[in-house]
Unconditional design. Sequence first.
Length: 848
Amino acid sequence: LIENVGNDVEGLALLFVWLRFSAIRQLVWQRNYNTKPRELTHSQDRLTLKLADVYISEPSSRDLIRLMMTTVGRGGEGQRIRDEILHIMHRHHIKEVAGHFLEEWHQKLHNNATPDDIVICEAYLNFLRSDGDLELFYRTLEAGGVTKERLEGFERPIKSPPDFIPHLKEALIHDFEEYLRLLRSVHSGTDLESAINAARYLLDAEASEMLEFIWKHKDNSKTEVVDLVDRITRVRRILNRLLGTEKDNARLRDILYLDLALEEFLRVIVERNIHSRMDVKELVDLVGMVLENVRFFYDSAEFSACLREWKRLKAVSPLTLDRALHAKAVLDRIGRAIGAFIDHYYRLLQPKAELLGKAFQADSWAITLFSEEIVRGRPAFVLSMLLRYLDPVLRKKAKLGNWQVISQGEGIGRVETVEALGAVQGKRFDGPTVIIADKVRGDEEPPEGVTAVITPDAVDLVSHVAVRARNARLLFAICYDRKHLERLKSLKGRYLNFAVDTSGDVVFEEVSGEMVNVPPRVKLGFIKIARPEFTAYAIGARDFREGVVGGKSLNLTRLQGKLPDWVHLPASVALPFGVFEKVLALDRNSEIAQRYRELVSGLDGNPEEILEEIRKALLGLEAPEELPAVLRGVMEDAGLGWPKDWDDTWMCIKRVWASKWNERAYLSRKARGIPDEDLFMAVLIQQVVEAEYSFVIHTDNPFTGDSDELYAEVVLGLGETLVGNYPGRALGFTCRKTGSEPQLLSYPSKSIGLFGGGLIFRSDSNGEDLSGYAGAGLYDSVMLEPPQEVTLDYTEEPLVWDENFRKELLTGITNVGIMTEKVIGSPQDIEGACTGGRYYVVQTRPQV
């Protein structure tokens, strides 16, 4: 099977699930005495050597091979299992007489030796040490997964309880301790003592010395856990190098089993000590070391970037408020990486566990908890435990509260809990409802009837869902405290009243259902324009005016020539209102137009599927013959280069038009009472600023409402990672408009940066940037050349480490905000970029 599967990840995962069910005793090995020690251990030996071959030849499959190796002993000395039990019985004159425990076990070992025998031996040793405590004997068996019923169900059943013979106690303990070592060496490849003894010949003096320390102090409560984890990590570094170069399968198997044993012991000692009072330094050190241990088997770019930044940060002492703030950003990123790790294994393994488990008739708990138990046995789970202990310490040191309020409001309603906010998008709640959502993507439309959204998920201030919440005056808040969140979830179905206190924390109280009323809808200042007359296929910035283009284009013209010369605007042209309607009415597009009208008229039926069909239909539109020439002339007049491929350009334009029918846009219009037929779409075409840094400025602090203080966020690369709510937080800061220094609120923890240039085609509808209703994120902007996604590494990033550089950049951004607000004459949400020391305003809109 392994040869047939090769390097196919899905196939290897299926084989692992099969082996794992066997290892947790959901599959029975014994069939007609087919697990005789010599035969079984020979099969184990062949299987583990074959797995070692795959490990050598298929680097991409190594993590699954490691998992498979944890389910199978190394094999080898099977005959000794049969011989040694007889030697022990003869040595102590224990007769081979039926009806006695040792004889029944001896018969089982001769005919059906399995990993169960390790548990039986451990239970018998506990029985001897306790002077014959039968309850302890059976408790030990139960804890190891071998029930009394299982003992009696073997082909060679063990029905008799053990006998306690006082004068043989010490001698039997000695002999069965040695016998347990033999059983573990054959059936448990990850047994630490067996693994050390088997691989010692491959290690140098330094590694051997560290292993001696680990073994000598493994049960010593006085040994610092940091010292043990440090030595485990250092030995595993050596093993990791050997695993990358070793070509002999037998030698590699020995190295791999030792590495797996050390990984397992790492988990044991951290879990054993996690509840003791560790100081901040110990927790910080352990996070770094365990993070490195995660990378030994799961070397993702995300974990690697986190480790490099954590190591540099750890070298800086003492842990000041600023360093705690920085450490919190890295910790958040590590947490997201752990979440991605867990999701990866769940998607890979759980469907297969359900498929095979049901076919095997495995216990329901073994199927349901399959993936969870795998993850709990990995270092990533140990890392998550450490994060839970360190996170509140860092929050306190950095003077961070338990809440971040994204949208001020007073939410009142019945508590509903959901895994993801998107799961209830488009739903209409009959009464006022408070949603507690574990996950928020950022592009959701808050459902009708919702008065508040509480989530532990980081959400950007300018994400679609955040803007929508502020439009509707909903309370939208991030809760960082696990206990607070669990308390709220426990109140599911109850009516709560939420408010924000003077310190910025969210407070709540229980109220009766009779006190709850549906809040009135926010009245929109929607500018309904007459059906636009077609004027031209394309216009330059000097022809931008109300009724011809949308707010994005108009606001840029208001800034033209009024900002200091160090603040730049990107070159811009537009396809004005009416062009889409003109194109749709062409004879060559008549079939698409007919299909379009039919689909739109049927939207009340199944909107999600119909919206997708509308978008697909619009992408088939053909361009008028004269449009490319007109657009080229306008673009060249504006200093914009003409794209090489017209088909790609035309597709970008159509994708912007089609975004009128995005699900979030449709639901938002419906919820706010904007008729579909009154929404017109222009296309703003701009030169992309190849940003080193992008920023969003809110010229009135949205958290406090202070009009004398602005709040801004900064990311590396293009601003789509801000407005698109990519995972992680931006660098956040406030600054008084009277000339004080910027105050840092958060370090950046975004995982992905987007980099690129060329042209961007922006949606510019008449349903955006309205009084009391910003349209940010409703409709699509499309880059002609897709940007490059880069996993960000902040280890050498001056924005993070160079205080003078950061101060200069943030001061420049502050001044851009002050100047722009002064020109427009009202509070603004400003998107901009900085590259090569030059600042750009990409767009601005009234602040909501």
